[in-house]
Design a protein around this ligand. Structure first.
Ligand SMILES: Nc1ncnc2c1ncn2[C@@H]1O[C@H](COP(=O)(O)OP(=O)(O)OP(=O)(O)O)[C@@H](O)[C@H]1O
Ligand SMILES: [Mg+2]
Length: 350
C-alpha cells in the first residue's frame, strides 16, 4: 500500500454517514477519512473500475462525464476524488465542487452553485476542466435530474460531472447515456480482511484474524462500515471476537429489532423516540435502519407478517426517492403498530 496522506478534502454539506456513526474522541481522526485512498493505486479491490478509470486518465482532456453506481462504502466517492487528484494534483480542491444531492435537494440551489463555480476565476495552466462531484444523485427527483441534464449540457465545455448513486436504475436514461457508467461491487472478504489487517498494523492494534472475518460478516463488503467498526472495537482494546461482538451489538442491529418489537406491541411513541435516538444520537443511517429492520423481520424467530415486509419495502422505496426520512420512518413504525394491534385483536377473537 502506498503512503496515504491525510485528506485535504473540502466538505460540501455534512457527510452524516462518515461523521457521526462512531463515538470516538473528537480529537481522534476517523479512520475512514485518514485512510481514504488518495491515488487510484491505493484503491483496494474494484479492479475493473480502477483499470477502466486508469485508461481514461491516459487522455484526461477527453474524459467523459462519469456515473459510479453501486453499494455504499465501496469506493465511489473515493475514486471520484482520486480522479480529481490524478488530473489536477494538489490544486484539486480549488477546481472540484462536491455537492451532496440529498442535502442540496433543490435543483435551483444546484444550478446556482454550479453556475457560480463554473464562472469563478481562470483555470490554471494544465487544469483541463473543473469537476462537479454530485454524490447520491439517485436521491434527486426525475424533474431535478431533467434540469441537471440541461446544466450538464450548458457547462460541459468547462466542467465534467461525476455522479454517484447506489442504484443506477434511479438515474434517468438521458443522463445515463451522457455518462460512462462504472458499476461497483461489494468488496470481497479476502480483500477487506487484508485491508483491515494492514490498518491494524499501522495503528499498532493487535487483532485476531477471526475477529476481522466477523467484521466482514457484519458489514457485507461495505468498507466504510468495516473501518468504523474496526475503529470502534479498537477503543475497547485488542480486536478480538469479544470486542467485535460488543461493537456489532452497539452498531444497532439488535436495537432496531427492539424498536420493531415495541412498534408491534402498539407502543408507537416509544418506538419512534428510540428510532430518533438511534438515528440522531447513534448516527445510524436511515438506509441501515431499514436494512436491519428487513433482516429482523425475515429472521425465523421474529413473529412478523407479509404486510410488515411489504411496509418495509415501501419505506425503503420512499427513502430512496429522497423524501423526509423522519416522516417516512415514523409512518413505517405507525404501520407496524397498526399491524401488531390488528394481529393481537384477531388473536383475542380466537
Ligand atoms: N475500494 C476501497 N479501497 C480502499 N478504501 C475504501 C474502498 N472503498 C471504501 N473505502 C473506505 O471507505 C470509506 C468510504 O468510501 P466511499 O466514500 O468511497 O464510499 P461510497 O462508495 O462513496 O459510499 P456511499 O454510496 O455510501 O456514498 C473511504 O473513506 C475509505 O476509507
Ligand atoms: Mg459516496
Amino acid at each position: 500500500m502506498a503512503d496515504r496522506v491525510l485528506s485535504t478534502r473540502k466538505s460540501e454539506g455534512s457527510d452524516k454517514k462518515e461523521t457521526v456513526k462512531l463515538s470516538v474522541d473528537s480529537d481522534q481522526l476517523m479512520w475512514v477519512e485518514k485512510y481514504r485512498p488518495k491515488r487510484l493505486a491505493d484503491v483496494f479491490d474494484q479492479e475493473q473500475v480502477v483499470s477502466g478509470v486508469q485508461a481514461l486518465m491516459k487522455r484526461p482532456r477527453e474524459m467523459p462525464h462519469l456515473l459510479f453506481a453501486g453499494p455504499p462504502g465501496t469506493g465511489k466517492t473515493s475514486i471520484a476524488l482520486c480522479i480529481a487528484y490524478e488530473i489536477m494534483g494538489e490544486a484539486w480542491p480549488d477546481y472540484t465542487l462536491e455537492l451532496n444531492a440529498s442535502n442540496e435537494r433543490g435543483i435551483e440551489t444546484v444550478r446556482e452553485r454550479i453556475k457560480n463555480f463554473a464562472s469563478y476565476g481562470d483555470r490554471r495552466e494544465g487544469i483541463p476542466f473543473r469537476i462537479v462531484l454530485l454524490d447520491e444523485s439517485d436521491s434527486m427527483t426525475s424533474d431535478a435530474q431533467t434540469a441537471l441534464r440541461r446544466i450538464m449540457e450548458e457547462s460541459s465545455k468547462t466542467t465534467r460531472f461525476i455522479l454517484t448513486a447506489n442504484y443506477s436504475s434511479n438515474i434517468i436514461e438521458p443522463i445515463q447515456s451522457r455518462c460512462s457508467v462504472f458499476r461497483f461491487s461489494r468488496l470481497a472478504e479476502a480483500d477487506v480482511v487484508q485491508y483491515l489487517k494492514e490498518i491494524c498494523k499501522r495503528e499498532g492494534v493487535k487483532f485476531e484474524k477471526e475477529a476481522l472475518e466477523k467484521i466482514y460478516e457484519a458489514t457485507e463488503g461495505d468498507m466504510r462500515h468495516a473501518l468504523n467498526m474496526l475503529q470502534a472495537a479498537s477503543t475497547l482494546g485488542d480486536i478480538s471476537s469479544e470486542s467485535v461482538n460488543k461493537v456489532t451489538g452497539l452498531s444497532g442491529k439488535s436495537k432496531v429489532a427492539d424498536i420493531l418489537d415495541l412498534a408491534f406491541q402498539g407502543e408507537f411513541q416509544d418506538a419512534r423516540n428510540k428510532m430518533i435516538e438511534l438515528l440522531q444520537v447513534g448516527g445510524m443511517s436511515e438506509h441501515d435502519f431499514i436494512k436491519f429492520a428487513n433482516e429482523a423481520l425475515t429472521r425465523s424467530d421474529f413473529a412478523s407478517s407479509i404486510e410488515a415486509i411489504q411496509a418495509t419495502a415501501e419505506a425503503d422505496y420512499r427513502l430512496l426517492q429522497g423524501t423526509n426520512p423522519d416522516i417516512q420512518l415514523s409512518a413505517y413504525l405507525a404501520t407496524l403498530a397498526k399491524i401488531g394491534t390488528e394481529v393481537s385483536r384477531s388473536k383475542k377473537k380466537i
